[in-house]
Design a protein. Structure first.
Length: 123
């Protein structure tokens, strides 16, 4: 049911469903990814980070979870960490769609980091 609610952007309901399954099956990495996605969609980024990391602890090769962890870190104002996650996605040889999205995020993150560095020098 969580996927049903997630697909309809009913994130609160999806979070409740995914969280219940995660409590019952804590060693199922996919459920942590799904929970992280719903939390991300709701703007609950710190909780999304924890969910993505829980899934990656069990399956470090879950590229979608790593990509979304990078997006989450960016939302949390941690672009350097986000950049490292996006680079890890690329190193793993992702499918073309995910490769393009990671490259786009890398360009954005590099620009953000360069702007922050320039602003720091201008003080």
């Amino acid at each position: 049911m969580g996927v049903f609610f997630y697909g309809r952007r009913m994130y609160d309901r999806a979070i409740a469903e995914f969280a219940q399954v995660a409590r019952l099956l804590p060693v199922f990495p996919g459920i942590h990814y799904n929970l992280g996605g719903a939390l991300f969609g709701k703007g609950r980024f710190a909780e999304a980070e924890a969910a993505f990391r829980a899934g990656l602890d069990q399956d470090p090769d879950h590229l979608e979870a790593r990509y979304f962890l990078g997006l989450t870190l960016r939302e949390l104002g941690r672009p350097a960490e986000a950049l490292q996650e996006m680079k890890a996605v690329l190193r793993a040889g992702p499918p073309e769609r995910l490769r393009r999205e990671a490259l786009e995020q890398i360009a954005i993150l590099r620009d953000e980091l360069a702007a922050a560095e320039a602003a720091g020098r201008g003080r």
